[in-house]
Design a protein around this ligand. Structure first.
Ligand SMILES: Nc1ncnc2c1ncn2[C@@H]1O[C@H](COP(=O)(O)OP(=O)(O)OP(=O)(O)O)[C@@H](O)[C@H]1O
Ligand SMILES: [Mg+2]
Length: 609
């Protein structure tokens, strides 16, 4: 992954446009040509009205004299028919050319804009992949997804629509007025004065309503959040008969959301109404001046018509420009939100990071760790010998998962807060991906992809056969259950694995790590959802399979670790007891107390059966 340098939002857009700039330029040029074509057509009307019908010499009409002289025609009224034919042919020619330019414009714009957005999405995704685990758990998934979809969409809209609209409106105004002013100064001045008012009015009004749009967006976000929470929490909703409550909650928010839209709609109606009124005033003023001027011979009828046509051609883009500019400010906000992701520091390995075989004892040497201010581990030292099994027992919140996360460097130790070594090498010296490849961890909350069970088991391994998958699944005691599904290993796991039971999900996740068979395996509370008997079977099968593997089993149930070579008992971030299960039993501390307690519960359950 290339190192990422912090930059400004515009610089980011510029960088993303690499490779698509020439095409974008083609889009802008064809847009301009097409715009020029649309300016030519009113000139034909003028020519027809003034020269063909009005019998005026055509010399005053731009372009036409040149064309006529090419064709050997002069402004003689007797040749009106030929001139009309010429006008017709000219209109068809211009329209066809305009069509071609329009086609090139849309195609080039789509190609270049989508390219820019595709690169932006790729950059975001790969950057997010490189960010530390800490970043991921500190941000809401919904937030990341919203940024990668809605905010990217805002940027897309800017590149695809707004940017080119701004260019078009500016070009239109410049071009139209450079034609209008020489035609008639007074009318042009009146037109421009009104247009400036219309533009300012649109811009100011729509900038002010931008805040309201933000409120509506937020209300929509809340509505979606309610729906999403409901759909993902469907089990709780059903189990507790909360459907009515959920429907009401959605209804209230939905009403609020709709109300906001209605209010915004009212405001916008006023805006459009007043805008139309000012536009109408402009038209009337120009007409009045035009009529006066035409009567006194200051302007021909054809020119008057051309003037009105050009004027109406620019009014809408300029009204639109106010909207586009006010919306473009949203792009800045969205780009800023994307930059926040891109500016987050990725995990970077030093250049001399090593990828030597990871083998040997795992040693914790006076390790202390805190997530924020609260100390979670305090001077933890222990050794898990190569090829043996270490059991970690401890109350909830005592720091067991933290130990597991530190081994595969989901978090790094601060300097002076101890050291974690594998085979005598500080874990910080390994390349992270290499370390994580060699330390297989079955997470406390296993995650399954919405793919087939077979694909889930094979997710971490590159080469494997169905036999390998089944063998690993047999060790984790899930093969029989999978084979009972109609689709076997081809059965698709529902979103978040809803078609599997909690224990089945855990066992599929265990099979996934077993199939990969890394030299170090950590099972973080991975047997909590299976019964004691299955738990024992899994451990027995596992110990036959993984002779040289260093295994760490984190558990609450004492039987899960009673077969371990050594056990540490954690209490509030410290190691309270350490030794073989027999030694700990003999010592009569926490281990023995838990053991006796769980034993008596099992005995009672056994008697109850
Ligand atoms: N990402 C985090 N940010 C802040 N605090 C955390 C984070 N993860 C864990 N903690 C806190 O650290 C302490 C130890 O958590 P840890 O997950 O290691 O406990 P555990 O022994 O695995 O518990 P359990 O048996 O319930 O899984 C807890 O008090 C927890 O609230
Ligand atoms: Mg835990």
């Amino acid at each position: 992954m290339p190192a990422y340098d912090k930059k400004s939002p515009l610089a980011l857009l510029w960088e993303m446009s690499y490779g698509g700039r020439a095409v974008y330029l083609i889009a802008v040029i064809s847009m301009l040509i097409s715009m020029l074509c649309s300016f030519l057509l009113p000139q034909v009307i003028r020519f027809v009205v003034d020269s063909v019908i009005g019998g005026m010499p055509a010399d005053d009409v731009p372009v036409v004299p040149t064309l006529l002289s090419w064709l050997g025609v002069n402004g003689d009224a007797a040749k009106a028919r030929r001139e009309l034919a010429l006008a017709g042919a000219f209109v068809i020619g211009v329209a066809a050319f305009n069509g071609v330019c329009g086609y090139i414009y849309h195609k080039a714009l789509a190609m270049s804009s989508e390219g820019i957005i595709e690169r932006l999405r790729d950059r975001l995704y790969s950057h997010i992949q490189s960010l530390p685990y800490e970043w991921h758990i500190g941000i809401q998934t919904g937030d990341i997804i919203q940024r990668c979809t809605s905010d990217v969409e805002v940027v897309r809209n800017f590149v695809f629509n707004q940017l080119i609209e701004i260019a078009r409106a500016i070009a239109l105004v410049v071009f139209a007025y450079s034609l209008l002013f020489p035609m008639n100064f007074t009318m042009s001045f009146a037109s421009l004065a009104f247009l400036s008012v219309i533009f300012l009015y649109s811009f100011v009004f729509l900038s002010k309503t931008a805040e309201r749009f933000l409120v509506v967006d937020e209300a929509e976000g809340q509505l979606l959040a309610i729906a999403q929470e409901n759909f993902t929490g469907v089990r709780v909703v059903r189990a507790f008969g909360r459907e009515r409550h959920e429907v009401d909650r959605f209804g209230t928010q939905n009403e609020l959301y709709a109300d906001l839209w209605v209010k915004l709609g009212n405001l916008l109606s006023a805006y459009w109404g007043l805008g139309d009124f000012i536009t109408g005033l402009q038209m009337i003023t120009i007409c009045a001046i035009g009529a006066y001027q035409a009567a006194w011979g200051g302007i021909t009828v054809g020119e008057f018509m051309v003037f009105l046509t050009y004027n109406s051609m620019i009014v809408w883009p300029v009204r639109g420009l106010g909207r586009v500019l006010s919306e473009a400010s949203k792009t800045g906000v969205s780009l800023g939100r994307l930059m926040e992701i891109l500016d987050a520091e990725p995990e970077r390995d030093p250049d001399d990071a090593i990828e030597t075989p990871i083998d040997g004892d795992i040693e914790f040497d006076r390790v202390s760790f805190s997530y924020g201010n609260a100390k979670v581990l305090d001077g933890v030292s222990f050794t898990a010998r190569r090829g043996t099994t270490l059991g970690i027992l401890g109350a909830t919140g005592s720091g067991k998962t933290t130990v597991a996360h530190l081994i595969c460097r989901l978090y790094d130790l601060k300097d002076g807060e101890g050291e974690i070594r594998i085979g005598g090498v500080d874990v910080k010296r390994y390349r992270r991906t290499w370390l994580r490849k060699n330390v297989g961890i079955v997470l406390q909350e296993p995650f399954l992809y919405s793919r087939t069970i077979g694909e889930n088991v094979a997710a971490l391994s590159s080469s494997h056969t169905l036999e390998d998958i089944r063998e690993a699944s047999a060790i984790s005691q899930v093969d029989d259950a999978v084979m009972q599904f109609a689709g076997g290993y081809e059965t698709t796991v529902g979103e978040r694995g809803v078609t599997l039971s909690g224990g089945q999900k855990q066992r599929v996740a265990i099979a996934r790590t077993i199939l990969k068979s890394p030299p170090i395996m950590i099972f973080d509370d991975s047997l909590s959802a299976v019964d004691t008997e299955t738990d024992a079977k899994i451990r027995a099968a596992l110990s036959r399979r993984v002779k040289d593997t260093t295994t760490i089993i984190i558990a609450h149930r004492i039987t899960s670790i009673s077969g371990a070579d050594s056990v540490i008992v954690m209490d509030n971030g410290r190691i309270a007891e350490m030794g073989t299960p027999d030694e700990l039993m003999a010592r009569g501390g926490i281990y023995r107390r838990i053991r006796n307690m769980q034993q008596s519960v099992e005995d009672e359950l056994g008697e109850a059966d």
